[in-house]
Design a protein around this ligand. Sequence first.
Ligand code: RIB
Ligand code: CA
Length: 307
Amino acid sequence: MKPKIILDCDPGHDDAVAMMLAGRTTEIIGVTTVSGNAPLALTTENALLMTELLQLDVPVHAGASRPLIVKPSHAEEAHGKTGLDGPKRPAITREVSSNNAVEFIISTIREQDDIWLVPIGPLTNIALAVAQAPDIVDKVAGVSIMGGSTDLGNVTSKGEFNIWADPDAAAIVFDAGFKDLRMAGLNLTHQLGIDDEVISQLDAIGNKTANFIADLFRFYLNAYKQRTKGDVAPLHDPCAVLAITHPDLIQFQKKNVRVETQGIHTRGMTVIDDREYSHESFNCDVGYSIDRDVSLSVIIDAISTYN
Ligand code: RIB
Ligand code: CA
């Protein structure tokens, strides 16, 4: 049985690949969008673009246009002005099913068993849903996030974008008491890097989806090289999907994780309690290593199944 998921996202190049992967390895009950890599209007338009390109018959519900407390931040330097720069944008004929992602999340979890939440952008929608309907915490099968880090940040030395962009929302989610909370942080996602060789493999597939994602990767990799001088760009968001569809590819450790919301230099840090003698309860399965080769082959195989 494929896991039933709600994909909460801010497309975003890596969000787009996560949706593609989830489209083949999960049953996507719905896609919800949030302000993050780009403003909400663009992340929502990009989610519609991807569901149409991938021919996924799933509803898209727009969500929070800003974080709970801090001011909105975006990642144009990584994803471009549209949030999905690189490929020629196809015409989008689809429209959002609602502008109330939080209500969709709450009602879906209340009405259906075994729903996974897969947030791969700032956690604003998830935090709002938990605050409005605490009963969903025990009802949901689990939450698999891309966010945080056990070591380095990317926005600041300790802040990873999804957590840093709305630290108050992230603190609500990590403190909510989910029975199965999985974290794919930067320490993990930097092990799943794409390079020119991966792009060549996509070029060899030759279908429309592969060509689109190859153009996404060309932009994303080039932008990453410009910013970091690195020649392998981390593919973050698909790790959160693999954490539930292919958990054997990831080595997890149970940890107590808290989110820093007040720090001047540590805003959005996921504070991992690594003490052997810690009396803090474990609240999260933190990913520490991932099998890059098999993960990439799963992703590329999935791309080859689309038109
Ligand atoms: O820090 C990486 C995360 O921020 C990814 O989810 C990427 O899409 C951006 O949202
Ligand atoms: Ca994202």
